[in-house]
Design a protein around this ligand. Structure first.
Ligand code: ADP
Length: 227
Protein backbone atom coordinates (compact mmCIF):
# COMPACT_ATOMS: atom_id res chain seq x y z
CA UNK A 1 0.00 0.00 0.00
CA UNK A 2 1.33 3.43 -0.92
CA UNK A 3 2.22 5.83 1.91
CA UNK A 4 0.42 9.10 1.38
CA UNK A 5 1.71 10.64 4.63
CA UNK A 6 5.02 10.07 6.37
CA UNK A 7 6.45 12.29 9.08
CA UNK A 8 9.92 11.94 10.55
CA UNK A 9 10.64 13.35 13.96
CA UNK A 10 8.38 16.37 13.58
CA UNK A 11 8.71 18.96 16.31
CA UNK A 12 6.87 22.24 16.64
CA UNK A 13 7.60 25.14 18.92
CA UNK A 14 5.46 28.21 19.49
CA UNK A 15 7.43 31.16 20.84
CA UNK A 16 6.01 34.28 22.38
CA UNK A 17 8.14 36.98 24.01
CA UNK A 18 9.03 34.99 27.10
CA UNK A 19 7.35 31.60 26.66
CA UNK A 20 8.37 28.65 24.52
CA UNK A 21 5.80 25.88 24.04
CA UNK A 22 6.82 22.63 22.39
CA UNK A 23 3.50 21.48 20.94
CA UNK A 24 5.03 18.48 19.12
CA UNK A 25 8.05 16.59 20.43
CA UNK A 26 9.10 14.15 17.71
CA UNK A 27 6.16 12.69 15.84
CA UNK A 28 6.69 9.80 13.42
CA UNK A 29 3.56 8.63 11.67
CA UNK A 30 2.80 6.84 8.44
CA UNK A 31 -0.59 6.77 6.78
CA UNK A 32 -1.44 4.65 3.76
CA UNK A 33 -3.53 5.87 0.89
CA UNK A 34 -7.19 5.01 1.54
CA UNK A 35 -6.84 4.74 5.34
CA UNK A 36 -9.26 6.24 7.88
CA UNK A 37 -7.23 7.42 10.88
CA UNK A 38 -8.38 9.11 14.07
CA UNK A 39 -6.01 11.20 16.20
CA UNK A 40 -7.00 11.31 19.86
CA UNK A 41 -5.59 12.64 23.11
CA UNK A 42 -6.26 15.14 25.90
CA UNK A 43 -6.76 18.83 25.24
CA UNK A 44 -3.46 20.61 24.55
CA UNK A 45 -1.53 17.45 23.52
CA UNK A 46 -0.88 18.78 20.01
CA UNK A 47 -3.67 17.24 17.90
CA UNK A 48 -4.67 20.41 16.03
CA UNK A 49 -1.05 21.46 15.60
CA UNK A 50 -0.31 18.10 13.99
CA UNK A 51 -3.40 18.23 11.77
CA UNK A 52 -2.52 21.76 10.63
CA UNK A 53 0.98 20.63 9.70
CA UNK A 54 -0.30 17.54 7.88
CA UNK A 55 -2.81 19.75 6.07
CA UNK A 56 -0.09 22.25 5.02
CA UNK A 57 -1.64 25.07 7.03
CA UNK A 58 1.53 25.25 9.13
CA UNK A 59 5.14 24.11 8.95
CA UNK A 60 7.02 21.98 11.48
CA UNK A 61 9.93 23.65 13.31
CA UNK A 62 12.03 20.50 12.88
CA UNK A 63 11.75 17.18 11.08
CA UNK A 64 10.43 16.26 7.68
CA UNK A 65 7.02 15.66 6.19
CA UNK A 66 6.57 13.64 3.05
CA UNK A 67 3.19 14.08 1.40
CA UNK A 68 2.71 11.69 -1.50
CA UNK A 69 6.47 11.07 -1.42
CA UNK A 70 7.45 14.76 -1.64
CA UNK A 71 9.19 16.58 1.23
CA UNK A 72 6.81 19.51 1.57
CA UNK A 73 8.78 21.21 4.35
CA UNK A 74 11.13 22.43 1.60
CA UNK A 75 8.25 24.01 -0.35
CA UNK A 76 7.57 27.72 -0.58
CA UNK A 77 4.23 29.00 0.75
CA UNK A 78 2.98 29.36 -2.86
CA UNK A 79 3.83 25.76 -3.67
CA UNK A 80 2.16 24.54 -0.52
CA UNK A 81 -0.99 26.51 -1.36
CA UNK A 82 -1.10 24.98 -4.84
CA UNK A 83 -0.63 21.48 -3.44
CA UNK A 84 -3.27 22.10 -0.78
CA UNK A 85 -5.84 23.07 -3.40
CA UNK A 86 -5.28 19.98 -5.49
CA UNK A 87 -4.79 17.28 -2.89
CA UNK A 88 -6.33 18.34 0.43
CA UNK A 89 -9.82 19.06 1.74
CA UNK A 90 -10.67 20.37 5.22
CA UNK A 91 -13.67 19.94 7.46
CA UNK A 92 -13.71 21.96 10.71
CA UNK A 93 -15.80 21.82 13.87
CA UNK A 94 -16.99 25.37 13.18
CA UNK A 95 -18.02 24.62 9.54
CA UNK A 96 -16.18 27.77 8.33
CA UNK A 97 -18.75 28.68 5.70
CA UNK A 98 -18.94 32.18 4.24
CA UNK A 99 -22.10 33.88 5.53
CA UNK A 100 -22.62 36.10 2.48
CA UNK A 101 -22.54 33.22 0.02
CA UNK A 102 -25.36 30.75 -0.44
CA UNK A 103 -24.91 26.98 -0.33
CA UNK A 104 -24.18 26.68 -4.04
CA UNK A 105 -21.65 29.53 -3.97
CA UNK A 106 -19.88 28.22 -0.86
CA UNK A 107 -19.37 24.85 -2.51
CA UNK A 108 -18.30 26.42 -5.80
CA UNK A 109 -15.59 28.58 -4.18
CA UNK A 110 -12.67 26.10 -4.30
CA UNK A 111 -13.39 25.45 -7.98
CA UNK A 112 -13.26 29.20 -8.71
CA UNK A 113 -9.85 29.36 -7.01
CA UNK A 114 -8.72 26.42 -9.12
CA UNK A 115 -9.83 28.17 -12.33
CA UNK A 116 -12.28 25.42 -13.35
CA UNK A 117 -14.57 26.52 -16.24
CA UNK A 118 -18.17 27.44 -15.40
CA UNK A 119 -19.91 24.43 -16.96
CA UNK A 120 -17.61 21.97 -15.19
CA UNK A 121 -18.07 23.89 -11.92
CA UNK A 122 -21.83 23.54 -12.21
CA UNK A 123 -21.58 19.81 -12.86
CA UNK A 124 -19.30 19.26 -9.88
CA UNK A 125 -21.26 21.47 -7.45
CA UNK A 126 -24.54 19.77 -8.38
CA UNK A 127 -22.94 16.35 -7.96
CA UNK A 128 -21.51 17.28 -4.52
CA UNK A 129 -24.86 18.71 -3.37
CA UNK A 130 -26.64 15.54 -4.48
CA UNK A 131 -24.18 13.32 -2.64
CA UNK A 132 -24.52 15.36 0.55
CA UNK A 133 -28.33 15.57 0.15
CA UNK A 134 -28.51 19.37 0.24
CA UNK A 135 -29.67 20.13 -3.33
CA UNK A 136 -32.94 21.55 -1.98
CA UNK A 137 -30.91 24.11 0.02
CA UNK A 138 -28.81 25.42 -2.88
CA UNK A 139 -30.08 29.01 -2.59
CA UNK A 140 -30.05 29.20 1.20
CA UNK A 141 -27.47 31.03 3.29
CA UNK A 142 -25.54 29.36 6.13
CA UNK A 143 -27.53 31.10 8.90
CA UNK A 144 -30.74 29.59 7.44
CA UNK A 145 -29.40 26.05 7.92
CA UNK A 146 -29.13 23.68 10.88
CA UNK A 147 -25.70 22.68 12.14
CA UNK A 148 -25.98 19.31 10.43
CA UNK A 149 -26.86 20.92 7.12
CA UNK A 150 -23.98 23.41 7.47
CA UNK A 151 -21.53 20.58 8.04
CA UNK A 152 -22.89 18.78 4.97
CA UNK A 153 -22.25 21.94 2.95
CA UNK A 154 -18.72 22.08 4.39
CA UNK A 155 -18.09 18.46 3.40
CA UNK A 156 -19.51 19.13 -0.08
CA UNK A 157 -17.11 22.09 -0.35
CA UNK A 158 -14.24 19.81 0.65
CA UNK A 159 -15.10 17.01 -1.79
CA UNK A 160 -15.96 19.19 -4.77
CA UNK A 161 -12.27 19.60 -5.54
CA UNK A 162 -11.85 15.78 -5.42
CA UNK A 163 -9.10 15.77 -2.77
CA UNK A 164 -7.03 12.66 -2.08
CA UNK A 165 -7.09 13.41 1.65
CA UNK A 166 -9.71 14.98 3.90
CA UNK A 167 -8.50 16.41 7.20
CA UNK A 168 -11.33 16.74 9.69
CA UNK A 169 -10.86 18.61 13.00
CA UNK A 170 -13.62 17.57 15.44
CA UNK A 171 -16.16 17.36 12.58
CA UNK A 172 -19.08 16.52 14.86
CA UNK A 173 -18.07 18.78 17.77
CA UNK A 174 -20.95 21.21 17.21
CA UNK A 175 -23.59 18.66 16.24
CA UNK A 176 -26.20 16.67 18.13
CA UNK A 177 -25.94 12.92 18.12
CA UNK A 178 -28.22 12.28 15.11
CA UNK A 179 -26.47 14.83 12.88
CA UNK A 180 -23.09 13.68 14.18
CA UNK A 181 -23.78 10.13 13.07
CA UNK A 182 -24.98 11.34 9.66
CA UNK A 183 -21.77 13.31 9.15
CA UNK A 184 -19.66 10.31 10.20
CA UNK A 185 -21.58 8.10 7.76
CA UNK A 186 -20.79 10.57 4.97
CA UNK A 187 -17.07 10.49 5.87
CA UNK A 188 -17.23 6.69 5.94
CA UNK A 189 -18.84 6.68 2.49
CA UNK A 190 -16.09 8.98 1.10
CA UNK A 191 -13.47 6.70 2.63
CA UNK A 192 -15.05 3.63 1.04
CA UNK A 193 -14.74 5.43 -2.32
CA UNK A 194 -10.99 5.80 -1.76
CA UNK A 195 -10.51 9.14 0.00
CA UNK A 196 -7.96 9.03 2.83
CA UNK A 197 -9.43 10.51 6.02
CA UNK A 198 -7.42 11.90 8.93
CA UNK A 199 -9.63 13.11 11.76
CA UNK A 200 -8.99 14.69 15.15
CA UNK A 201 -11.68 13.76 17.65
CA UNK A 202 -12.56 13.55 21.32
CA UNK A 203 -15.43 11.21 20.59
CA UNK A 204 -15.15 7.44 21.05
CA UNK A 205 -18.14 7.05 18.76
CA UNK A 206 -16.44 8.98 15.94
CA UNK A 207 -13.15 7.18 16.53
CA UNK A 208 -14.97 3.86 16.06
CA UNK A 209 -15.35 4.77 12.36
CA UNK A 210 -11.57 4.84 11.94
CA UNK A 211 -9.51 1.78 11.11
CA UNK A 212 -6.65 3.06 13.24
CA UNK A 213 -6.45 5.37 16.25
CA UNK A 214 -3.26 7.31 16.94
CA UNK A 215 -3.00 8.47 20.55
CA UNK A 216 -1.06 11.64 21.27
CA UNK A 217 0.16 12.81 24.66
CA UNK A 218 2.41 15.78 25.30
CA UNK A 219 3.27 16.11 21.62
CA UNK A 220 4.26 12.47 21.16
CA UNK A 221 2.57 9.36 19.80
CA UNK A 222 1.97 7.06 22.76
CA UNK A 223 -0.06 4.30 21.12
CA UNK A 224 -1.53 3.14 17.83
CA UNK A 225 -4.61 0.98 17.95
CA UNK A 226 -5.80 -0.97 14.90
CA UNK A 227 -9.51 -1.70 15.01
P1 ADP B 1 -4.97 20.05 21.00
O1 ADP B 1 -5.48 20.22 19.60
O2 ADP B 1 -4.56 18.64 21.30
O3 ADP B 1 -5.91 20.58 22.03
P2 ADP B 1 -3.05 22.08 20.23
O4 ADP B 1 -2.35 21.49 19.07
O5 ADP B 1 -4.12 23.08 19.97
O6 ADP B 1 -3.63 20.89 21.15
O7 ADP B 1 -1.98 22.77 21.19
C1 ADP B 1 -0.80 22.11 21.67
C2 ADP B 1 -0.01 23.08 22.54
O8 ADP B 1 0.51 24.14 21.75
C3 ADP B 1 -0.84 23.73 23.64
O9 ADP B 1 -0.02 23.88 24.77
C4 ADP B 1 -1.19 25.07 23.04
O10 ADP B 1 -1.39 26.01 24.07
C5 ADP B 1 0.03 25.39 22.21
N1 ADP B 1 -0.29 26.21 21.02
C6 ADP B 1 -1.06 25.84 19.98
N2 ADP B 1 -1.12 26.81 19.05
C7 ADP B 1 -0.38 27.85 19.55
C8 ADP B 1 -0.05 29.16 19.06
N3 ADP B 1 -0.48 29.59 17.87
N4 ADP B 1 0.74 29.93 19.85
C9 ADP B 1 1.20 29.50 21.03
N5 ADP B 1 0.93 28.28 21.55
C10 ADP B 1 0.15 27.46 20.82
Amino acid sequence: MEKIIKTENIRKVFRTEDVETWALNGVDIEINEGEFVAIMGPSGCGKSTLLNILGLLDNPSEGSYLLNGTDVTLFTEDNRTTLRKGVIGFVFQSFNLIDDLNVYENIELPLLYMGIPRKERKRRVEDAMRRMDITHRAGHFPQQLSGGQQQRVAIARAVVATPKIIFADEPTGNLDSKNGIEVMELLKQLNSEGTTIVMVTHSQRDASYAKRVINLFDGQVTAEIHQ
